[in-house]
Design a binder for this molecule. Structure first.
Ligand SMILES: *[C@@H]1O[C@H](CO)[C@@H](O)[C@H](O)[C@H]1NC(C)=O
Ligand SMILES: *[C@@H]1O[C@H](CO)[C@@H](O)[C@H](O)[C@H]1NC(C)=O
Length: 658
């Protein structure tokens, strides 16, 4: 009743004083600019026909009725916000406003339905904002038919909005569109979503569930977009076509986007803000690509988005590029395109984050000789250690401490070979375009496995070597006291400790203490946190300590065995030689790790590229030499090997000869 009475009052007022300046109840009016602001209304009042701006705030409307504002011939701005009851927009809610330029609907939590023809015939519209509503389907915009030179569409923070359908912006405006779709609940963008639009900038950031931008999403656009923002989304692939006009591309904190589309897709890129440094490597190459394909790329990029031009990825069966230049005005395509491209070419592609010391723009194995040697070294380590393990494990003789330990040593070195083989295969697979695969590899399970293997094998090898040295020293030092003799169970206990220790060291980076994903060769180079620094120092100390122990033991052994009364016997000389080789190869093995550690902790002492040389040539040196030094070249081992051969019937004669 009250509302009815109110309406009657208004109507009488309108009738009585059509040309008087009146202000509806609960409203404030500014007659100098014909603005009416209303608060907490439950029904739309009758506005003065001259009104140009309507602001409704905190209203409790149930719907916007048909042609609600059509009587206001000069209305240009309509803002509706903070309404808690508005559920829908009827047909022709905003219909036939020849002068309306701005419509904003903000914080309408209940707004769930917009009639397909709610927005219709708004030729002067240049801003439409639908923000923070309960909409679950994309509003139909095709009847707006704006003729403004620029149009800004903001559909933001609608958490229930999941899909952008095909032709979503078709008919919205015939000119340049800037589309802001941030913070919605978008999950996918359908093929031809931007069909028939002239796109300027497209923002899709903060759509944290957005996974799929269809390959054909930008198909059918007349032009653009020149800016594309996919920051903080979950997309994992970009459409490979339709990005030709993009000048600025943003994908910050887009952790799923591990791979960029083929470089050819970004014809005009000038600035990129990405998540991973390695992608910037690809974009630097883009500049070179553009340079070398200048003449090739020019003539037809103009037609990129028309039916004349087809990209081979999309129609693989149609053969190579199929370009149909119009015969009437060929210069049109040539001239403009050439100008644009020359301009684009002069500019350097700026890209952040830039590649850093840990992620240089290079392949896993950057130099040719490394590429070859890593295969040789890994295969040698794998085969030699396999042979050692095979012979020792199949031997019929009683398991001695020495053979037990050497078996472990061979296993550790074998793991190192497997690690190198992994790295070598990745290098082979990603050759000359590692930047494309860098993220997938470094954050994937493969790198974790490789890293774990490398640290485990290296540390187990160092540990076992130290144990072997200690055992030798013990045997000689206590040669005269048999009650102090080492038993197999002592060695087993020692090796159990070793395994646990090395496993722990190798697994720590998987649980967040340092990490294997910083560098392409999957070593724990991450020293951002204090825990990671402690970890690296721990590994370093462990290695240096072990090296110290090995050196000390051999020196002592040498002193004990060396007989000062017989000046430099031949036996002494050869033993000293062997020990020198052992210590030296051991040192070479420890050195790269120390270098790594130090460069990770401090300013890089050597670059990653240089340290890869160390990695391939010295790091696995032990793994290759140890099977020879400790097994293959020793008398006892050769005896075992012959015995095995004879058992399988091959070397019967030789065995009998021996
Ligand atoms: C609308 O604006 C035009 C000029 O801007 C003015 O002449 C006309 O009187 C206005 N109409 C109304 C109903 O206020
Ligand atoms: C793209 O828009 C044009 C023109 O409106 C239309 O004819 C065509 O069917 C649309 N394409 C798709 C795939 O919807």
């Amino acid at each position: 009743m009250l509302y009815l009475a109110r309406i009657i009052v208004f109507v009488t007022m309108v009738n009585a004083a059509l040309h008087l300046e009146y202000c509806p109840l609960h409203c404030e009016c500014d007659w100098t600019i014909w603005r009416v602001s209303c608060f907490e209304l439950e029904l739309l009042p009758v506005f003065h026909p001259c009104t140009t701006e309507v602001w409704l705030e905190g209203t409790r409307l149930s719907s916007i009725p048909p042609e609600a504002f059509s009587k206001l011939v000069n209305i240009s701005h309509i803002y509706i916000s903070e309404d808690t009851t508005l559920r829908g927009l009827d047909r022709h809610s905003f219909y036939n406003h020849p002068r309306t330029s701005h419509i904003e609907l903000r914080s309408l939590k209940k707004l769930a339905y917009i009639h397909p023809e709610a927005f219709k015939d708004l030729p002067h519209l240049q801003y439409l904002g639908i923000l923070n509503t309960g909409l679950s389907s994309f509003p139909v915009l095709k009847y707006i038919l704006s003729v403004q030179a620029e149009f800004l569409l903001e559909i933001v923070d609608n958490t229930l909005l999941e899909v952008i359908p095909a032709n979503a912006f078709n008919g919205l405006s015939e000119n340049d569109l800037t589309i802001v779709l941030n913070g919605n609940g978008l999950k996918r963008i359908q093929p031809f979503a931007f069909n028939e639009s002239r796109l300027e900038e497209v923002y899709l950031n903060r759509n944290v569930d957005l996974e799929i931008v269809d390959t054909l999403a930008f198909s059918g656009v007349i032009h653009g977009p020149t800016l594309l923002d996919l920051s903080e989304t979950r997309v994992s692939t970009l459409p490979s076509m339709g990005l030709g006009a993009v000048e600025k591309f943003q994908a910050k904190n887009t952790w799923g986007l591990k791979k960029l589309p083929p470089l050819a897709a970004f014809l005009h890129l000038q600035r990129a803000e990405l998540t991973f440094p390695s992608h910037c490597c690809g974009l630097t190459k883009l500049k070179r690509w553009r340079g070398s394909h200048q003449t090739f790329a020019n003539p037809y990029h103009h037609y990129l988005n028309t039916d004349h031009f087809r990209l081979p990825e999309l129609w693989p069966n149609e053969g190579p590029f199929y370009v149909d230049l119009p015969t009437e005005q060929p210069e049109e395509g040539f001239d403009y395109a050439l100008c644009n491209d020359l301009h684009a070419h002069e500019k350097v592609v700026t890209c952040v984050p830039e590649p850093d010391a840990f992620n240089p723009c290079e392949d896993v194995m950057s130099q040719g000789f490394l590429r070859v040697s890593v295969w040789a070294v890994s295969l040698l380590a794998i085969l030699a250690n396999l042979l050692v393990m095979l012979v020792l494990l199949t031997s019929h003789r009683r398991l001695s401490i020495t053979r037990f330990l050497i078996c472990h040593l061979a296993f550790a070195d074998f793991c190192m070979g497997v690690y190198l083989l992994l790295i070598a295969s990745v290098d082979l697979y990603t050759r000359s375009q590692y930047y494309q695969h860098a993220i997938a590899w470094q954050t994937g399970a493969g790198c974790k496995l490789a890293g774990t293997l490398s640290i485990f094998s290296c540390e187990l090898s160092v540990y076992t070597l130290t144990t072997i040295t200690l055992q030798r020293w013990h045997t000689i030092y206590f040669a005269m006291s048999p009650e102090r003799k080492l038993r197999l169970r002592h060695a087993m206990a020692a090796m159990l400790c070793g395994w646990l220790l090395c496993l722990m060291l190798a697994l720590l980076p998987l649980v967040g203490v340092s990490s294997y994903q910083r560098v392409s060769i999957c070593l724990p180079m991450d020293v951002e946190t204090a825990a990671a620094q402690v970890y690296v120092v721990l590994v370093l100390t462990f290695n240096i300590l072990a090296f110290g122990v090995v050196c000390a033991c051999y020196l002592h052994i040498y002193c004990m065995v060396h007989n000062p009364r017989h000046q430099s016997s031949r036996h002494d000389a050869s033993m000293a030689q062997r020990m020198a080789v052992l210590i030296f190869s051991n040192f070479l093995c420890v050195a790269p790790i120390s270098f790594y550690g130090l460069s990770a902790l401090h300013r890089p002492l050597i670059t990653i590229s240089d340290s890869k040389v160390l990695l391939v040539l010295f790091f696995p040196l032990n793994s290759c030499t140890q099977p020879f030094l400790y097994a293959l070249l020793t008398r006892a081992f050769q005896w075992d090997a012959l015995a095995m051969l004879s058992r399988i019937g091959l070397g019967r004669q030789q065995a009998q000869l021996c």
